[in-house]
Structure formats: structure tokens, C-alpha cells
Design a protein around this ligand. Structure first.
Ligand SMILES: [Zn+2]
Length: 306
């Protein structure tokens, strides 16, 4: 075989790049814009809570290789609420390499100026959710925004190094403290406890375990949708087997029970989901059929009320 593949020989450089990383979904009276930050590896070697064989089977049922999902989406969500422009999570910034950290360019592609964002609501303090708050030189990405941190995570990052736990926890805390530093300095850092509203109409839900203050945020204007952070990293495995955790869960037992409990709450209430690591654009429903939940994403379609 000597001829080059058509994609190598006939297409101009750059012409096979992906479409811009944003997508809009009409949700009741709200328009949710998913803004893509990039892709991260979630290897199966870091999964626990089930046998290796069972995890491999679950991955295979999701058409994933035994190694896991090596291009897991990192999504953020933008919407207007009570006249304020709200962003859920800030992406990885420059913390985790070039596969992520594309939030700003994708916001621009969506026609949104970062300076127009009023509130950035953080689900938890891990780098792929918080480090995009600042640019590589430490300046605030969102010049006019108030940053809302889960209260227990805010306490955690201020106390973790003092507790002298392992290097990873200290590194996470250091990154997170650097990411919030300019906001703290200018009095634009707020904390939100479970059950409280970060912004009027957006309520923090206890999803603790992944981190001590890991939070979901429920937007309910008649068509409720829960934005969860890292309740699931690999939904083909974890939806059907919520006992499966990842190495990124800080307290494995607590993360497992949070995952199991929230699935029951979602089933009972019919909440939709916006997921940081669900496939882009990460908005959809969980269908509970014969006790086995599966993911039903929203389709790409024109904006209209549904
Ligand atoms: Zn994450």
C-alpha cells in the first residue's frame, strides 16, 4: 500500500480539525451553552469497587477499550440566571497540559467575552474544574466575576498542607489556592454551603466524597437540571455500577454512597443532568429501565422551547 490515505493527501492542513467546542441547548426558559475545555484520560487502572473483569465488560458495553476512556470530555456550562451570566466550573487552565485548558478560546468562539461573566460557580477544587480561573501568568480569567466555592472545599484547601497529607493533596491545594488568589485578593470570593444558593435559583447539593465539599448545583425554573462535577468520570461503567470509583475520589466510601444516593434522587425527581465528564455537550437525562440506568443525551437541534 503506497498511496497516502485521502485525509493525508487531499485535505489542507487544519481542514480536518474539530468544530468549535461549544453547543447550545434550550432548557425551559434557559439557554445552556456547554463550553468544552478539552479531553482528559480516565484510565481503568485507576478504577476500583468492582473486579477488573467486570470493569472491562462494562467498558466494552460502552464501546470503550479495556484501558478506559482516554478522551473524557471536560465540560463547563454557561447560562443566564436572574440577569446574571453564570458559568459552572472553569476548566483546567494551564495546569494539566495542552489537551485541556481551551475554555477561553471556546467562549470566544461562542461569542462570549469572559469579562461579561458575573459568577463562576465551582463544583469542587480539582485542577480540571478550578485552574482555568487564572491565566498562565496568574491573572484572573474572569475580570468581573465573583467565584463561588463549596464551603467545605474552601476549608479543605486552606488546611490540607497543614495536615501534611500526601503530596497529591498538597499539590491540589496549592493549585487551587493559586487559582482563587486574585479573586480572594479583590474580595470576589464567596463560599456556598449545601442547601444554599450560590446565585439566586442555583442550589448546592451534597455530592461529597469525591472531595470533602464536592457539590452539584440544581437549576430549577420548572425544568430541573442538576449540574454535577465528578459524580461520574466514566458513565458507561459508573451508571450501571455506581460502586465503581476512581483514583481521584478523596473518600471512596463516601463518593460511592453519594453516587448511589443521587441516582435515586434523580430517578425520583426526574432531574436532567449536566455533567462535567459526560460526553460533550454533557446535557441529557438518565433513563431508568429495568433498574439499569442509561444515558440519553440531548440531540443537536435548533433552539426552541421544549
Ligand atoms: Zn473532573
Amino acid at each position: 500500500m503506497t498511496a497516502a490515505h485521502p485525509s493525508e493527501s487531499t485535505l489542507a492542513p487544519g481542514s480536518i480539525g474539530q468544530a468549535p467546542g461549544y453547543s447550545r441547548t434550550r432548557w425551559g426558559s434557559t439557554t445552556i451553552t456547554t463550553v468544552y475545555d478539552g479531553a482528559l484520560e480516565i484510565p481503568s487502572s485507576g478504577m476500583s469497587g468492582e473486579s477488573e473483569q467486570r470493569i472491562t465488560e462494562l467498558l466494552a458495553d460502552g464501546f470503550l477499550p479495556p484501558e478506559g476512556d482516554l478522551m473524557t470530555a471536560v465540560n463547563t456550562f454557561l447560562f443566564e440566571l436572574g440577569g446574571r451570566l453564570v458559568l459552572i466550573d472553569a476548566g483546567a487552565g494551564s495546569s494539566l497540559g495542552p489537551s485541556v485548558g481551551h475554555l477561553t478560546e471556546n467562549l470566544q468562539a461562542a461569542g462570549v467575552d469572559a469579562a461579561d461573566i458575573d459568577d463562576v460557580v465551582i463544583t469542587h477544587v480539582h485542577p480540571d474544574h478550578i485552574c482555568g480561573l487564572t491565566t498562565a501568568d496568574g491573572s484572573p480569567t474572569f475580570q468581573n466575576a465573583v467565584v463561588h466555592l463549596p464551603e467545605l472545599d474552601a476549608d479543605w484547601i486552606d488546611s490540607a498542607p497543614v495536615r501534611g497529607v500526601d503530596g497529591l493533596e498538597a499539590q491540589i491545594s496549592e493549585w487551587a489556592r493559586a487559582a482563587i488568589a486574585p479573586y480572594r485578593e479583590h474580595g470576589r470570593l464567596a463560599s456556598v454551603a449545601y442547601g444554599q444558593e450560590a446565585v439566586a435559583g442555583l442550589t448546592a447539593i451534597d455530592l461529597s466524597g469525591h472531595t470533602p465539599g464536592h457539590s452539584g448545583f440544581l437549576l430549577d425554573d420548572g425544568k430541573p437540571i442538576l449540574f454535577w462535577g465528578d459524580t461520574m468520570h466514566c458513565h458507561p461503567a459508573q451508571l450501571r455500577a455506581p460502586q465503581v470509583g476512581t483514583e481521584y475520589d478523596n473518600d471512596h466510601a463516601c463518593a460511592r454512597s453519594s453516587r448511589t444516593n443521587i441516582l435515586e434522587v434523580i430517578r425520583r425527581n426526574g432531574w436532567a443532568i449536566g455533567g462535567a465528564h459526560l460526553p460533550f455537550p454533557g446535557v441529557g437525562h438518565i433513563r431508568f429501565a429495568r433498574d439499569e440506568p442509561y444515558w440519553v443525551p440531548v440531540p443537536y437541534r435548533p433552539l426552541q422551547s421544549v
